[in-house]
Ligand binder design. Structure first.
Ligand code: ADP
Length: 159
């Protein structure tokens, strides 16, 4: 059974993330989308809010599990018996960082391979930080985020 982890901040999950996740779910037997708990990085949404919004956004995809983790991604992947890490690539600018990360992970555990996926062109430019910027400035984010994220953010005060 091929188990893949899709790790990230997902603050919040976007249609770009969702597209990557669906592609991964079509390739692997199980994909675990996992929110990294990073104590140094103050998030826009809490980890629990992010997990809840991902759960609501992926409920129709059968072979996807939602989780969060602390510490090294590679250790988490081992605990989950995963053989693959999924990461997304948008532009060349993502490439250098993602390549370094995948090589560091491979040096820590060569059995776990990183696979890079891309989105449909219409989702390619979407990032959580762009969404936050548009949202904070009262722009319309409905085209860029799954419905549950849109509904949740509507209830949240911009501060
Ligand atoms: P991180 O903080 O770990 O980079 P993110 O939540 O920002 O977490 O992104 C998780 C992964 O999804 C990263 O590999 C990122 O490059 C990828 N990703 C995010 N948005 C897109 C997109 N629109 N197209 C392709 N990949 C994406």
């Amino acid at each position: 059974m091929k188990i893949a982890i899709y790790p990230g901040s997902f603050d919040p999950i976007t249609k770009g993330h969702l597209d990557i996740l669906k592609t991964g779910a079509g390739i692997f037997d199980k994909v675990i989308i996992a929110v990294a708990r990073n104590s140094e990085k103050k998030g826009f949404l809490s980890v629990d809010e992010r997990v809840k919004l991902i759960r609501e956004s992926v409920k129709d995809i059968e072979n996807v599990e939602v989780d969060s983790f602390e510490g090294l991604t590679i250790e988490y992947a081992k605990r989950k018996n995963a053989q693959i890490l999924i990461r997304g690539l948008r532009a060349v600018s993502d490439f250098e960082y993602e390549l370094q990360l995948s090589q560091a992970n491979s040096a820590l555990c060569s059995d776990i391979k990183t696979v890079f996926l891309t989105t449909k062109p219409k989702y390619n430019f979407i990032s959580s930080s762009t969404i936050k910027e548009i949202f904070i400035n009262n722009g319309d984010i409905s085209k860029f985020v799954p419905e549950p994220v849109f509904e949740f953010l509507k209830t949240r005060n911009v501060s």
